[in-house]
Design a protein around this ligand. Structure first.
Ligand code: CLF
Ligand code: SF4
Length: 296
């Protein structure tokens, strides 16, 4: 087996999110197979995609597992630059059993593709082993706080092991699980990105601390996302480019910073920024197939 560093280097070479130089050359497909979420971020409107990894505003069609597999097949036939298959919502992938079934099937059928997943981290300590078994190689954990006091301002409630928690108790469990999950995922050899939503006046005083702590644990890269003001934070001003750049510079000594994130949809496909519509891509692939068959 490759040592984690060698295996990581191989994945990074073709991963559009972990490697800025790869993002024009290689693409990803997001499979929107995970509608349920186990927490409530105060900046999230639940009818849209998960704002931790995917740009909210466009409701995704949730795919059944067979549809997801079918789409991967059609897409990689049509687009040979697809190197990564990710599950990033529209809710939290780890709160949906379908996630694991889909990952396993893709891993079996397309072992050459890198499987990627993004989570809020609540269920990560409980589900890491299952994730590893399903073939995931790169992981994103969104961490918006170090202290429960700040976490309480960012998250309204959690649903954990069959029980709903609010307030301080919810914040304590979530923060503990996010950091524990992150540490375990790094130790297990996954390539790990930390996403952090920058919310001015709410968690901005802890962003640097998140970088320091995650960097010390060995996370590979950090992606600071500017808040999209909505839901309970509709009144908060979205950090401008300058504020974002300043925060990234403060965090850079602790961890490499991602600056090319496109806050893509849970059903995005193609290279970053192409924002192709998967359904029409799949349709085009089918038409191409049928045309090919009819002229042969
Ligand atoms: Fe998707 Fe995320 Fe994997 Fe990339 S996206 S699950 S790590 S394959 Fe990439 Fe899109 Fe930014 Fe995410 S540009 S939102 S960082
Ligand atoms: Fe919304 Fe994602 Fe937060 Fe769940 S984890 S509440 S889907 S932003």
């Amino acid at each position: 087996m490759d040592k984690p560093t060698n295996a990581h280097a191989k994945i990074i070479k073709t991963h559009p999110c972990f490697n800025e130089n790869a993002h024009h050359l290689f693409g990803r497909i997001h499979l929107a197979v995970a509608p349920a979420c186990n927490i409530q971020c105060r900046y999230c409107i639940r009818k849209y995609d998960c704002a931790n990894e995917s740009r909210p505003g466009i409701t995704s069609t949730v795919l059944a597992p067979w549809e997801a597999l079918d789409r991967v097949g059609s897409m990689i036939e049509r687009n040979d630059r697809i190197s990564v298959i990710g599950i990033a919502g529209p809710g939290d992938p780890l709160a949906n059993e379908t996630t694991f079934d889909v990952l396993k099937s893709i891993n079996r059928q397309f072992p050459e593709l890198t499987l990627c997943l993004s989570t809020n981290g609540l269920a990560l300590p409980d589900r890491l082993e299952d994730l590893m078994k399903s073939g995931v190689k790169s992981l994103t954990v969104t961490i918006n706080a170090v202290t429960p006091e700040t976490a309480e301002k960012v998250y309204a409630w959690i649903h954990y092991r069959g029980k709903r928690y609010t307030g301080k108790q919810a914040a304590e469990i979530l923060v503990r699980n996010q950091w524990r999950g992150l540490e375990h995922a790094i130790d297990a050899g996954l390539l790990v990105k930390v996403n952090s939503v920058l919310i001015p006046g709410v968690n901005s005083h802890e962003t640097k601390l998140i970088a320091e702590r995650a960097g010390a644990l060995g996370a590979d890269i950090m992606n600071i996302l500017p808040l999209i003001p909505q839901a309970e934070f509709a009144h908060v001003k979205r950090p401008n480019h300058q504020a974002l750049t300043m925060m990234r510079e403060q965090c850079r000594p602790s961890m490499p910073q991602m600056t090319h994130c496109r806050q893509c949809r849970a059903d995005a496909c193609g290279t970053l920024g192409e924002d192709k519509d998967m359904e029409s891509e799949v349709l085009m692939a089918r038409i191409g197939e049928e045309y090919g068959e009819s002229v042969m």
